[in-house]
Design a protein around this ligand. Structure first.
Ligand SMILES: [Zn+2]
Length: 83
């Protein structure tokens, strides 16, 4: 997805969550669409450098230092921190 498209999507998600945050939290006619917007916002945040971690879930779209989902071998520094 292009940066321009992500920016446009982000604007729409911000509007939905800001306008219907009460429905998101307490229920209401826009609860479903607000929940979908929140899930999409998590996906957008995953494209940021370092990704995003919320409620114990980490999401990212590119390899980065300290990623809990990394499959790269631990470096000496990582091993020292793990002790
Ligand atoms: Zn990550």
């Amino acid at each position: 997805m292009s940066a321009g498209r992500i920016d446009a999507l982000r604007e729409g998600l911000i509007d939905m969550i800001a306008e219907h945050g009460d429905d998101l939290q307490f229920g209401g006619t826009h609860q479903k669409s607000a929940r979908v917007a929140l899930a999409k916002a998590l996906a957008v945040l995953a494209t940021a450098e370092g990704g995003v971690t919320i409620l114990g879930v980490h999401a990212c779209t590119a390899e980065h230092e300290g990623c809990p989902g990394s499959i790269r071998p631990a470096t000496d520094m990582d091993a020292a921190q793990a002790r």
